[in-house]
Ligand binder design. Sequence first.
Ligand code: 6R9
Length: 653
Amino acid sequence: MSAIESVLKESRVFQPSDDFVNNANISSDAYNALCNKANEDYEGFWADAAMENLTWKKPFTQVLDESNAPFYKWFADGELNASYNCIDRHLIDKANKTAIIYEKDDGDSEHITYQQLHDRVCQFANGLKSLGVRKGDRVVIYMPMTAEAVIAMQACARIGAIHSVVFGGFSSGAVRDRIKDAEAKIIITANESVRGGKFTPLKSTVDEALSHGDCDSVEKVIVLKRTDSDTPWNESHDIWWHDVIQGQASQCEPEWMNAEDPLFILYTSGSTGKPKGVQHSTGGYLLGGILSMRWVFDYKSSDVFWCTADVGWITGHTFICYAPLAVGATQIVFEGVPTYPDASRFWQMIEKHKVTTFYTAPTAIRSLIKLGPDLPGKFDLSSLRLLGSVGEPINPEAWMWYYETVGQGRCPIVDTWWQTETGAHMIAPIPGAFPIKPGSCTLPLPGIMADIVDESGASVEQGKGGSLVIKRPFPSLLRTIWRDDARFASTYFPDELGGKMYLAGDSAYRDEQGYIWIMGRIDDVLNVSGHRLGTMEIESALVANPLVAEAAVVGKPHDVKGEAVVAFVVLKGNRPEGDEAQKVAAELKSWVAHEIGKIAQPDDIRFGENLPKTRSGKIMRRLLRTLAKGETVTQDISTLENPHVMEQLSESV
Ligand code: 6R9
């Protein structure tokens, strides 16, 4: 495994500057004190954090309830509202502070204060109520990266509706599956998205999702008019966003929620064909995000925070919609792409808005290195004080460039390991408390009892790879998979590990200093440009095509995306060759884009008369991974049913 070898060679250590340490929220002493407190009085540690960081309508008296493990409850008798915590509680002293700098694709920007955000969220929340949306109803949000996307999410939280955001790059099939699984009452979308100067219809994708007639739960489709183009319209259920807020009051009493009430559902890929509806709580989830802001991002009220993720992913939920607002930060919401109008957009925006804290993904860093390694030097990036990375392991080359060229050797990099399921950072540097190493997400946060174990659940020795687990429940952990408790328990708390350890799905090892190095997924999940994709999901999409008899999907290393999708396909007819193979491959690529979304499109398609299988009929995936990488097969293929397909499958179309 080349990625692991390259991190293994990495031994550099970077100390934070004295200046950073002197001003840090958490010093090394404070960090040790937090860890000790969490070790000695686990519940007391979390109770204090929840009291200090959240504003409760009714304070909790219970902390952790383990009586129905692994369905853990936190602060269960407390009441609060997430939107109140993100907005209203700042109005006393920060009403005129900018909450959101909304930068549009074309470079125009709009500053929205906390008071203005409050008023817009309340108006939209009242509009939702007027359409009959009530506490516990599900609302699917399929929107571009606009200020309105955040307003829609916050408005749901305000009235206790459960949002389920679907990434704007997903296709109608993916939208339909999610609407059906969540039984959504309302869909919120925009007529079009605007990214990199291109307009992409969203409303018509929603129409297509609804056209099969099996989404009976949907009562209304709310449409933001983002562009002036004509919009297909259905009088019976479509309604414009501007009509929804028309005449609505800018006050809306928050719905006081139980700490355990679901805040949202977010679908993510796993090892089966069906994405999982990860369900998060109100109190515990919000607490996790706030602690990440204070500890890992060392949040200061003077910061300008920018997370470049899309709200369609967990990173955008926690670090755009909720946590920066919950601490009263000024943050950027960016509609566009890093390469438009050119590859200096990020650097130009950091200069323009005096960004202090910049959080992006290794794949973005790698592509920007390719497109312009010297471009950051042309801008004034002196406002930056901290950099973050998320989504996949960052290779030391990209880390060094980020550190030296973007951060000018001044800014610590926080490499944050966490997941859709964990809701907030789990293993990440506390930048003023201890040094960082390129490629390592460093140490578990205080209160996060992470460990690396073997198949039986026993801790492995230092330097040895194993499965990453978290041994104690923590507040921001998912509560269940939407309407699938059994899958939740078997996926995340498997019996083999005793049923009480959270199994993350990643492998990792620890070095001499206890620093954790993530090695990759242990399940059939690919990480393409920091996005999670299930191989089974792509395989089911492929075999749904009338031409395809069988398909197997694996990942291969890619220098920008991290991993690329390779599909091995057997057609119902003859194995295609030459132009015919080109044509069918192109057709299958656009088929997958249509079934799931462009991000799932295979980079490489290979046709065989069959797939390599053992005599018992199992597809030999390890062999396919070797073929995908173009490496020589050293595995024993003597048990193969059909060795001659190996040659066919080593040829890319
Ligand atoms: C936040 C997010 C989760 C998976 C996770 C792991 C990979 C995320 C990482 C990382 C190494 C990091 N991952 N951050 N691997 N270093 N700093 O990305 O959530 O989309 O659910 O993906 O991403 O494999 O299990 P999600």
